[in-house]
Design a protein around this ligand. Structure first.
Ligand code: NDP
Ligand code: HSE
Length: 442
């Protein structure tokens, strides 16, 4: 057998610890698959004295000098499972420029400045793999960047954040409010002590940027993604969705479109949306992830599995390690970044979507016509109108009030938003109780 492929492991927390464990437990199989054994040259951490349980590794391998470890001559491959923008960006650029292949799970960095990493990889002739960065264990990025390269992807719709999917699934199952469901997610260890990145949609937006870049051969960054979280989703919204045969999910949507001149564009967004219970993504419960890909020739494809957790994420990391180690031994590189299409990213206002609007209105003649007139003025076509009696869709009745539930046809998001703004100004509208986008063909 040839000499070992030596790894610098940056980070030994939830994911890094499982990488160490799997490297140890599967060392013989991994060596057979690669054609050379994998060896850990060193492990960079923040706290040398931290209790790491019964991790099967020599304590002498730990260091706090990540950059020094990366620069060592006996390091072939760098595996980064620290997270964050800096110092990770500096480390990885250094490694790639020096021709050392990189495996990373760092979605925040890839979405913030993936271009810098791809440029450094091209400069150094090194591989950059990041399967674990989106949807944890699910093999998704390799299919997008390899298997589907003969096809034309039109749309990617995904549930890519486990914490928010757990919360929304709990709200749907029990009727709980957001705060109560978040508390349960925290107690069970799904939500972090500071859940902002998850519940405000930052984590999903980073993943959406990575997916869109691969699907549409275009550099898309986190700043290009329209982002809304789930903190405003109420128990009444969930009940209203249920009444329509829908459920609410935090979706990441990346879709091709055309601009006014007929030029191709992309739109990338993350927001809660109602989807029909018959849609394949509706049955994705608990903290699972799933991504629905639509391509011209392949049709519809669905990828499903565990999107987080130490062992599932380490599985994706190790798959990448095997790939880069094999490439290294064969003296080849994986295909480099494909960003040739360079499509313009369309603002959210131009995205085509549908709205579900619930209104508390005064119950008297002419109200429906007045409300319909607002939609017409903004060129938004109404698909269905339902007038609920007291207590429908979870809202208490208010005597002389009625509840109107309106679902629109597809229209530009800006026109839908302007419609809702004007509805709020009508004196016959007591309140706009819920506004949700509707996806997936209700
Ligand atoms: P953890 O916080 O559990 O671990 C981070 C590790 O990085 C720790 O070992 C920490 O050291 C080390 N570290 C932090 N700062 C430094 C520094 N300046 N120098 C050297 N080492 C440092 O994170 P996770 O394992 O959960 O996540 C790692 C990456 O994987 C992130 O990019 C995350 O987004 C991504 N990811 C995580 C998933 C998950 O389910 N956890 C799922 C998918 C992706 P010490 O141990 O001494 O504190
Ligand atoms: N916080 C993320 C989630 C971890 O809940 O999905 C995986 O990226």
């Amino acid at each position: 057998m040839t000499s070992p492929v030596r790894l610098a492991l940056l980070g030994c927390g939830t994911v890094g610890g499982e990488v160490v464990r799997l490297l140890h437990e599967q060392s013989a199989d991994l060596a057979a698959r690669i054609g050379a054994p994998l060896e850990i040259a060193g492990i960079a951490v923040r706290r040398l004295g931290r209790d790491r349980g019964d991790l099967p590794v020599d304590p002498a391998l730990f260091t706090t000098d990540a950059l020094g470890l990366i620069k060592r001559d006996d390091v072939d491959v760098v595996v980064e499972v620290v997270g964050g923008i800096e110092p990770a960006r500096g480390w990885l650029v250094e490694a790639l420029r020096a021709g050392k292949s990189v495996v990373t799970a760092n979605k925040a960095l890839l979405a913030e400045d993936g271009g810098a990493l791809h440029d450094a990889a091209a400069e150094g002739g090194a591989d950059l793999y990041y399967e674990a960065a989106v949807a944890g264990a699910i093999p998704l990025l390799r299919p997008l960047r390899e298997s589907l390269h003969g096809d034309r992807i039109t749309r990617v719709t995904g549930i890519v954040n486990g914490t928010t999917n757990f919360i929304l699934s709990a709200m749907d199952a029990t009727g709980a409010g957001f705060a109560e469901a978040l508390e349960e997610a925290t107690e069970l260890g799904y939500a972090e002590a500071d859940p902002t990145a998850d519940v405000e949609g930052f984590d999903a937006a980073a993943k959406a940027a990575i997916l869109a870049s691969l699907a549409f051969h275009t550099r898309v960054g986190a700043a290009d993604v329209h982002r809304e979280g789930i903190t405003e989703v109420t128990a009444a919204d969930v009940a209203s969705a249920r009444a329509m045969g829908c459920t609410i999910k935090l979706l990441c949507i990346a879709a091709r479109g055309v601009d006014a001149a007929g030029g191709e564009t992309v739109n990338v967004r993350v927001h809660p949306a109602m989807i029909p219970r018959t849609h394949p993504l509706a049955s994705v419960g608990d903290a699972f992830n799933a991504v629905f890909v639509e391509a011209e020739a392949a049709g519809q494809l669905m990828f499903y599995g565990r999107g987080a957790g130490g062992a599932p994420t380490a599985s994706a990391v190790l798959g990448d390690v095997v790939a880069v180690a094999r490439n290294r031994l064969a003296g080849v590189r994986a295909a480099s970044e494909s960003a040739y299409a360079d499509l313009p990213v369309r603002p959210m206002g131009e995205a085509l979507t549908r709205y579900h609007v619930s209104l508390d209105v005064t119950d008297r003649p002419g109200v429906l016509a007045a409300v319909a007139g607002v939609f017409a003025r903004h060129d938004v076509s109404i698909a269905t109108v339902r007038q609920g009696s007291a207590g429908d869709a979870g809202t208490p009745g208010r005597g002389a009030d009625a509840e109107l539930v309106i679902v629109t046809h597809v229209a530009p998001d800006a026109a839908l938003a302007a419609t809702v703004t004007e509805l709020r100004t009508l004196d016959i509208v007591r309140s706009v109780t819920s506004v949700l986008r509707v996806e997936g063909g209700v």
